[in-house]
Each structure stands twice: as structure tokens, then as C-alpha cells.
Ligand binder design. Sequence first.
Ligand SMILES: Nc1ncnc2c1ncn2[C@@H]1O[C@H](COP(=O)(O)OP(=O)(O)OP(=O)(O)O)[C@@H](O)[C@H]1O
Length: 304
Amino acid sequence: MSSIVEIKHVSKEIDGRSVLSGVDLAISAGSVYGIVGANGAGKTTLLRLLNGVYRPSSGEIHIFGQPMPEEAAAIRQRVHLVSSDGSFYPGFRVKDLFRYASMLYSSWDHQRCNTLIAALELPVEQSIRTLSLGMQMQLRLAVALCSRPDILLLDEPTNGLDPVVRRQFLQLIVQEVAGTGMTVVMATHRFEDLEAIADGISVLYQGRLLLSGMLEDLKTQFHEVIAVADGSISADVWNFPGIQSMQSRGAIHSCIVKGDTTRLCEQLESAGVLHIDILPLSLEELFRAVMRKEGYSRDAVFLL
Ligand SMILES: Nc1ncnc2c1ncn2[C@@H]1O[C@H](COP(=O)(O)OP(=O)(O)OP(=O)(O)O)[C@@H](O)[C@H]1O
């Protein structure tokens, strides 16, 4: 598959502060790509670079094989950013917004618009300022889809959606990708959303990409190894290059390992452990392990 988005060694400074540094990323056409990371990692900034709101301080971004144009309006015809940030045409009624947006986008699809208004039960006569947060998110997505973007950028898109609508929202995105070949780049803290629809993911931490890859590949690369021992295990055993993190509680010792676990298991067996389990990781567990390796952890906050 060809890359529709190529980010080459991109850095971004805002107010003299480094927000992204040396980011390299290629995203295949027609895929759903997830960006995860702690608060303030730079996810929104990355999406804003992709739709031309920001320009890189250094490095290059190519979209559709072309360098990002100087004129951001041209790119926004084909790359639509949906986020829950800021107010969204509060003085408009829903139908006024659709009429206005239809004039902004040359590829506006009126038939799709009618279908989405009906499917999402959007109240066309209602003022946007009176819509719930979830309704507004659905409206933002509907406007984006009617503009028939080649690339849809989603920033925390399922915030505020109830479980039924959230599922419908994700299904709609999958359908669009399958039906139109649209590419989706989605920043989110909801791992279950990415498990459901993402092909690839990147983990951002303090403006750097820690990890990128296809979700299935990453899941086969990382495992949790649990060893039950009659007492402690020599520290030498854990001196193994693939170990991302480890913890011990009584007789149970567990570690997250990247790569082949055979040698580690041999070392554990030689150390006399009673039992070994090798378990696959969920995306959230994988994220936690990678972040823990970077020293990112939070203790409980006690206010009283
Ligand atoms: N306009 C701005 N002015 C100053 N600092 C900014 C601006 N935009 C972003 N930043 C800073 O850049 C860093 C990355 O912000 P960004 O919003 O991209 O992170 P994020 O990963 O989307 O975070 P979150 O998960 O909390 O939404 C943060 O430290 C933020 O304070």
C-alpha cells in the first residue's frame, strides 16, 4: 500500500518550546491509524500539522506525495479535522450549517448528507448551541463525511458519546473507509476504540514517537511473561535486552518482553521457577509497558 501521509523528521516549537521533535511517520492510504499518548504528548499538534493549521518548525510533510502546500485552504478541501475543541457555529441551526458547509467544499455530497442526517437523527431545525456534546460531535463528523475528504483527522472523536452512539460512530467510520478508501488518523485515549478499528498505531511521549507499527504486528512482538517461583529470582535472569518492565509480588514475577521470549523462558527454567505463562497484551497493556519504560507513571493522589 502506498503512503498517503509521509512525515519526515518533523519538529514543532510553539512559543519557543519543543512540542514535537524528530517525528517520522508514514500512513498507508485507506487505513485507520491511531495516535495515542499521555496528556500533552503532542497528538493534537500532530493533527494540526496535517491539516495545515500549523507549519513544521523543521522537517517535511508530504500528503498525496506532494509537499504540504503553502496555501492551507487547498489542503483543507481534502483533509478534514474533526475535534471537540472550541465552539462550533453556535449561532447556526443544524440545516444552516449544512447549507454553509456545502458552499465551502467543492466535493460536497448532498445525497450522503441527507442519508447521514436521517441515520444520525440530526435535528435540522435546532440551534447548534442547544445540542448536547455528543450530538455536536455527530454533527461535526457528518459535516466532515459530507465533504468527502481523502483524509479524515479525528481528535478525541468519541468523547461525550454514549456507548450506543459510540459504536455507531465507529461503524460509520469503518464503512466510510471500506466504501470510499478514505484514510483516517485518530488521536484518542480510548484503546478499545483503536482495538476495534485501527490498522496501525503510534505512541507519542513528550513530543517523540516511541513506537509505531501495525497493531497486529505490535501485538505479536510484545508479551507478558509470568513466572511463579518459590522465592525470589536472581536479578541476572531479568538482565535480558527485550524486557520493557517487570514487577514482583510474592511468588509471582511478571515482565513485559519485546521479541522472542524463548531465551528468557530458558533462563527462568534454569533458575528453577515452578511455572511460566506467556500471555498476549491488550493495546492498553502494551501502551502502559512502553510508557513505564520511559518512566511515565502516576501515583494515587490523596487530597484528604
Ligand atoms: N497554542 C499553544 N500555545 C502554547 N502551547 C501549546 C499550544 N498548543 C499546544 N501547546 C503545548 O504543546 C504540548 C502538546 O499539546 P497537544 O495539545 O498537542 O497535546 P495532546 O497530546 O493532544 O494532549 P491531550 O491528550 O491532553 O489533548 C502541550 O504541552 C501544550 O501545552
